[in-house]
Design a binder for this molecule. Structure first.
Ligand SMILES: [Zn+2]
Length: 449
């Protein structure tokens, strides 16, 4: 697993290489052997660094001045002809290694400015500047001085005492500098004999640790053009493997959709059949004949017809239970993973008339209502109570849910405007109900109307 910071540094090096790579030397600057502790030595050092990174045309004027907290130095990037002013903090001056690091950093600010390279925000630009020091061959100085030590002798009334301390400079720590340094050396094919020489033992250690952790980033095969194609092939393989799984998933989705469509089609078909039966009986009930004997015979026929359809209605009920049981079990399994499947809707208040597809908005969380379609006047039992899942071992049936017993139902108020004809239809429905009661038709059969 390659860290995000690896990519960040690689991006910065790509920026530098793209803009200036062709003109940058692959040489590594040798660290200063003499201590930088006074104006003359730091002035000479700045000149050497400037020459090394190709800024020999400029005159760097180095001063020492108190800086804000945690500020080792600053460069004046204003236009002063050939002169560039750099201030080193008086605190940093006590640590010669840190002075060298600060000089490298501030000079690279100027180099970036000249080359028109900058990163936003400011904090990122400072990191880019540290990366630039290594890009320009100053890596050894940076690695040796990023944690600088000092030891001074102080005379006291009872003798001399040694005061020691360390200071950290730069925006990148030693591990990050080591990584960038190792990466730059890898991309330029600098051999270990060259990049490991003249380094402080701690810096060598940091490079060893870096190799152990990020060795895969310095793979020499990255120089071979075929490696990119290999990576593309590798990705392609992974993609194909995923696509194979997608195909399997798609088939499963297709099958489940087919199952849902089948069940939904069953509901529509069932309602249509019920509507048809209802119309057949209504026609008899709504056309009383002046001849009472004829009425008697018609009603008898009606009674016979009801016996005939009883078997059909029972089959319809059994099929309903079958679909309900299976879809409820599937839903119960799926809803255990709401992060992947939609959570159960909290509100069920939209339905549709299965005779003509009219969409209906009905009251929320209502049990056992009777809905009348404003378009075709078809009446059907419905409820909008929350969806429940039963344990798979529990038999779920339409009757056990209590949802399909509209005999206890109440009239639902359908939100769409109903034409006045509906009231007439309702009274016709009541007449039919009275007829059936008179006929003594059993409760189960009656519940279908
Ligand atoms: Zn309708």
């Amino acid at each position: 697993m390659i860290d995000r910071f690896v990519e960040n540094f690689a991006d910065k090096l790509i920026l530098l290489e793209t803009k200036t790579g062709a003109h940058v030397s692959y040489k590594l600057m040798t660290p200063f052997s003499a201590l930088l502790h006074d104006y003359v030595s730091i002035q000479v050092a700045a000149k050497k660094i400037a020459d090394f990174i190709g800024l020999s045309g400029l005159t760097f004027v180095i001063g020492v001045a108190k800086q804000g907290e945690n500020v080792a130095g600053r460069v004046d990037l204003g236009n002063h002809g050939n002169a560039v002013f750099i201030d080193i903090s008086d605190e940093t001056m006590a640590f010669p290694g840190a002075v060298a690091v600060t000089l490298c950093h501030e000079l690279c600010h100027k180099w970036l400015q000249i080359n028109g390279i900058r990163s936003e925000p400011e904090a990122d630009n400072e990191i880019l500047t540290d990366v630039t020091t290594i890009f320009l061959g100053l890596g050894k100085i940076m690695l040796n001085g990023c944690i600088a030590a000092k030891e001074t002798q102080e005379t006291t009334p009872i003798g001399t005492r040694t005061i020691s301390g360390t200071i950290k400079s730069g925006y990148l720590d030693r591990e990050q500098l080591a990584f960038v340094y190792r990466l730059v050396c890898a991309m330029r094919r600098v051999p270990p004999s060259e990049y490991l020489s003249e380094l402080h033992p701690d810096a060598v250690q940091a490079l060893g640790d870096c190799n152990a952790s990020f060795g895969q980033c310095f793979d020499s095969r990255f120089h071979v053009p075929e490696t990119t194609q290999e990576l593309v092939d590798l990705l392609q393989k992974r993609i194909v493997a995923l696509q194979v799984d997608f195909a399997e998933l798609e088939k499963n989705v297709g099958y489940l959709m087919l199952c849902c469509e089948t069940a939904d089609g069953f509901i529509t078909k069932g309602h249509k059949r019920l509507g048809l039966l209802l119309r057949e009986f209504k026609e008899i009930a709504e056309q009383p004949d002046p001849d009472p004997a004829l009425n008697f015979l018609r009603t008898l026929k009606c009674r016979c017809r009801l016996d005939q359809v009883d078997g059909e209605l029972q089959t319809l009920g059994q099929d309903t239970n079958f679909y309900l049981r299976h879809l409820n079990a599937a839903g119960s399994f799926l809803h255990e993973n709401p992060e992947h499947f939609p959570p159960i809707p909290s509100v069920f208040n939209i339905t549709r008339c299965r005779q003509d597809g009219t969409k209906l908005r009905v009251p929320e969380e209502s049990a056992n209502m009777l809905v009348t379609c404003p378009t075709c006047k078809y009446r059907f039992a419905y409820n909008t109570t929350p969806l429940r899942f039963r344990d798979a071992s529990t038999r779920v049936t339409a009757s056990s849910t209590g949802h399909l017993d509209p005999t206890k139902g109440r009239e639902a108020e359908v939100k769409s405007k109903l034409p006045p004809a509906q009231r007439e239809a309702r009274s016709k429905g009541a007449r039919l109900g009275r007829l059936l009661r008179v006929l003594g038709i059993n409760r189960k059969a009656r519940s279908l109307f």
